[in-house]
Design a protein around this ligand. Structure first.
Ligand code: SF4
Length: 215
């Protein structure tokens, strides 16, 4: 009698949180990759178009978008063009895939009005090279490194520390995330949590090395 109704099709009641001006939503779902630590491919499958930015915005001027790999989708790239035309402010809070930042994409990203940061991930040592290639392209289009934020997966502390120190030297903001094994349902190790506290407390991270941290 009421047809099929998806709860995600119902407009969120933003009046409940008047202090938050942003709209929340997705433009795409899924991801083209299968990183072994990530639950997205299992939960969402491959990349597919999902929403139009104007549907998400509901007349608002800012949007927090939770796409997992918007750059991997033609629909996602068209939405980025629309975001530029609409002059709305956005945050892709799950990060962008640095491997997909071509010259053309970097130019497009440089034209977007960002809520605060352009976010990427550097989850392993092999992610450093594509990340640096992406940030160099962005630099060429006028995006400074302090506008860039990078999620850092923490498994081996030494390896994560190397990535965080490299980001600090470049003036890029790292955010450490201790590895959580969803299959085994285990908590991150204490030392991984301790390292994340150190990195994510910027006053401490910017003043001392991990080796001197006593927290
Ligand atoms: S690219 Fe990101 S979303 Fe996609 S599988 Fe890897 S970690 Fe998950």
């Amino acid at each position: 009698m009421y047809g099929e109704l998806f709860c995600e099709d119902i407009e969120p009641d933003y009046s409940l949180y008047p202090q938050y001006p942003a709209a929340y939503g997705f433009l795409t779902r899924g991801c083209i990759r299968r990183c072994r630590w990530c639950i997205v491919p299992e939960k969402e499958g491959g990349i597919r178009p999902y929403r139009d930015i104007e549907t998400v915005l509901q007349g608002r001027k800012t949007a927090v978008l939770m796409d997992n790999n918007v750059l991997a989708s033609n629909h996602g790239l068209k939405q980025l063009e629309k975001i530029i035309d609409l002059k709305c402010k956005v945050d892709f809070n799950q990060g962008l895939d640095s491997r997909l930042v071509t010259e053309e994409v970097a130019k497009m990203l440089s034209k977007i009005k960002w809520l605060r940061y352009i976010r990427f991930a550097c989850d392993t040592a092999s992610a450093i090279e594509p990340l640096l290639s992406a940030t160099e392209k962005l630099n060429r289009y006028g995006v400074k490194n302090y506008r860039i934020f990078v999620y850092v997966l923490v498994r081996e502390i030494e390896d994560a520390n190397m990535r965080c120190r490299m980001l600090k030297r470049l003036g890029i903001t790292p955010f450490a995330q201790p590895y959580r094994d969803f299959n085994a349902n285990t908590e991150p190790a204490l030392q991984q949590k301790r390292f994340a506290r150190y990195v994510n407390h910027k006053a401490i991270f910017n003043s001392i090395d991990w080796e001197d941290y006593r927290g």
